[in-house]
Design a binder for this molecule. Sequence first.
Ligand code: AVI
Length: 399
Amino acid sequence: YTVLREESSRLAHDELAEAVRSQLLGAKLNERSLPSRFFYDDTGSALYERITRTEDYYLTRCEREIFRKHGDRILDLAAGVAPGAFTELQSRSKPSAIHLIELGAGDGHKTALLLQRALERGLRVTYRPIDISERAMVACAEHVMAMLGDPENGFRWAHGREQKTQFTFHGVVGDFMECLQYILQGRKGHISPGLASGAPPATGNGADTAIDASIDEHARHLVMFIGSSIGNFDYNSAVGFCAGVRQLLRPGRDLFLIGFDLRKSHVVMQRAYSDREGITAEFNRNLLTRLNRELGANFNPAKFEHFAQFNVRLGAMESFLVATEPMRIVFQHLDKESDSSAVECKPVLELRAWESIHTEYSWKYTMEEITELMRKAGFADILASFFDPRNWFVDSVFR
Ligand code: AVI
């Protein structure tokens, strides 16, 4: 396997500084916020993976059920053999390969269910996960490899008669859109040499590596954005994001599978975002630890309460960090370019007791809202939708 880094990931630090300036320091009382995308430093990504294994966070379990129950149909779509939809392709040849690209793969444990099933069916599989966290990507590579079998063995799978199938993993670390553009449109020159590699050994220099990860232009690709990650975007950004993905897909060929968390009992949703093991609280507070490390702030995360509630008017879960006492926070590494290094000249955030910082939206959708959102993004009607037995979650496929 290979793991590459897309260079735009280095901009994350400047974006964090800008968000702190505009949304934290520059905001009025009770309107302070930070974008949830900054949760995902290496520690945050690891904490999120732990959340997904808690009893209370139902989303991951639901999607695993979907992949277990409907995995074969999803693979049929990816391979172009869905009855009716791809008759032309189907009649030409029996597809033998699938190509999956995953935006925000985390440790890949849900997708590994699909990969495993594909290999059992004797399909050749290319898996291209994209993630902002380098550590998560390496964990993903190791996890997926461990789940699929022994790479030294060349991924031998018994399929009817003894048959050899091949599995390729090309992870890319960086911004979703930049990486997707790189993969689907072969944008070159922005990828640094492999960060990590397993069997087969990585070859040569950066240029070779970039060629390694480029795609088979004629193959259909299934781009996956699962886990309700779209729920963390506000409505307009969600439309913009899906429209951006759509522009990169090759018309009539590539598919987009996207996971939405559906509207359900408020009790169930509320508990998922305030899990009884306290991992979501730790995940939320880690944002402050990140500000301390990257911007030289002096937050004491233990002095903040994690609070999550369902906003009925918006249709979204919202998370907050609530200051339990008055605080004076100094950002030592913000405005570094300023001439003076005196503490007095550094940006200061004065928080009152019980003042809150908004840290996350997790939108919950209805099927009507999903259709409307995707139409606005330029996608025609849903090609297929897959639900868990309780209809709590849906993975919908668009072309
Ligand atoms: C990544 N994302 C879909 C998660 C969610 O459910 O909004 C992040 C999360 N926040 C709290 N728990 C999990």
